[in-house]
Design a protein around this ligand. Structure first.
Ligand code: UD1
Length: 369
């Protein structure tokens, strides 16, 4: 009998994480895998385009749980996912990252007595006001198999009382996708990218992403930040693929936008990769980009007060700016003067994390017999 795995994805960063896993699992006869797309992200540029770029097959189930408040979204995903679990009876539900879909599906699985594996387990920002921190803590509190990207994840889980034999330091599946994307870019005609007309005329530029509720949901915070980003854009052209949450809020708050910031719609995985890997620096509040920039040695200035990915600071190119935006201007100057922080690539961020995960899953199920 084959082991039946469910792989859960709902948001943009999830698609990048499940893609290498799906490819690796499909090489193994012992598993049947069903892909469940919760529909948390639903715009073409936020979801479907990633399926094309990363060659992800169409989902086996689409839960269409778009929109609503966080709790409405979680509740919708839970009730729809429960029905799928009851029908399909998976042996293991694999969740990735820290989004609402991760939390909702892990709770459902455990309530039905199904085992849960969490990819990217153990990360902690220690900031419980972050929706993702709640998702991480609750998911890890009911996870059976913890797949860990960096040593801090291992230490956090030990401190929380998890048994060592459920913890697996495997590296970072996001970096598996990054390597896949780099190879694909080599063979592509880049002139088809919308952003190519900007970057081909620019000697240097920076990339910006912004979507955390702590940065974009409050009018004063967002307008202050956009003011400083306007100042940055006078030093270096700033290309800003804008997230739907941020776009809605800029409009709602009537915030004036600096002329030098180049706004573009959300980009496909490959187009965005091509954009940021050619940039002088990335300014971001994303978690994944802190890791990706570290993997390629691109300077990263994180527009948050903390990071759940401390290895990107201790070993990588990341600097956490916090709310001290004068520091932001100073660090931008340093990078432009060629004095950027140099980093190294963390252990196991080598493009083989999903291979390690699948080997471990095979071992686990071989033992169970
Ligand atoms: C979610 C994750 C966040 C992750 C981010 C990646 C949670 C709590 N947050 O944040 O951890 O870093 O995804 O992008 O799970 N919207 C659209 N079209 C879409 C998707 C969203 O218009 O395709 C709108 C939604 O209607 C909502 C807003 O954007 O108004 C936020 O979407 P949501 O999925 O709730 O959270 P994100 O901010 O995207």
């Amino acid at each position: 009998m084959k082991i039946k795995l469910f792989l859960i994805a709902g948001t943009r960063p999830n698609f990048m994480k499940i893609s290498p896993l799906l490819k690796e699992i499909s090489k193994n006869d012992g598993f049947t895998t069903l892909l469940i797309h919760t529909g948390q992200h639903y715009d073409y540029e936020m979801a479907e385009i990633f399926f094309h770029d990363l060659m992800i097959p169409a989902p086996d189930y689409f839960l269409n749980a778009r929109g609503g408040t966080q709790c409405q979204q979680i509740a919708k995903i839970m009730s729809r996912f429960e029905a799928v679990c009851v029908k399909e009876k998976p042996d293991l539900v694999i969740v990735v990252g820290d989004v609402n879909s991760t939390l909702a599906c892990s709770i459902v699985a455990k309530k039905l007595g199904i085992e849960v594996a969490h990819i990217e387990a153990g990360l902690r920002s220690f900031d419980i006001t972050m929706p993702e921190e709640i998702n991480r803590i609750i998911t890890d509190s009911i996870t059976d198999y913890f797949f860990i990207t960096e040593p801090s994840g291992y230490e956090n889980l030990l401190k929380e009382g998890k048994a060592r034999n459920g913890l697996f330091f495997v590296g970072n599946v996001m970096i598996d996708s990054l390597f896949y994307g780099l190879k694909k870019l080599e063979k592509m005609e880049l002139a088809t990218f919308k952003t190519n007309r900007f970057i081909s005329n620019l000697k240097e530029y920076a990339c910006l992403t912004l979507h955390r509720p702590s940065n974009v949901d409050d009018k004063k915070t967002l307008s202050t930040l956009m003011g400083y980003l306007g100042k940055v854009s006078k030093k270096v052209p700033l290309i800003f693929p804008i997230h739907p949450r941020t776009k809605k809020n800029l409009k709602k708050f009537g915030i004036n936008l600096a002329k030098n910031i180049i706004f573009v719609p959300p980009l496909s995985y490959l187009e965005f990769l091509n954009l940021w890997k050619g940039s002088q620096m990335v300014l971001t509040d994303s978690g994944g980009l802190q890791e990706e920039t570290t993997a390629l040695g691109i300077p990263c200035l994180t527009l948050r007060e903390n990071t759940e990915r401390p290895i990107t600071v201790s070993e990588g190119t990341n600097i956490v700016i916090g709310r001290n935006y004068d520091r932001l201007l100073c660090e931008v100057d340093n990078i432009l003067k060629g004095k950027s922080k140099k980093g190294t690539v963390p252990k196991f961020w080598d493009g083989k994390a999903s291979c390690r995960i699948v080997k471990i899953l095979k071992r686990i199920y071989a033992k169970k017999g």
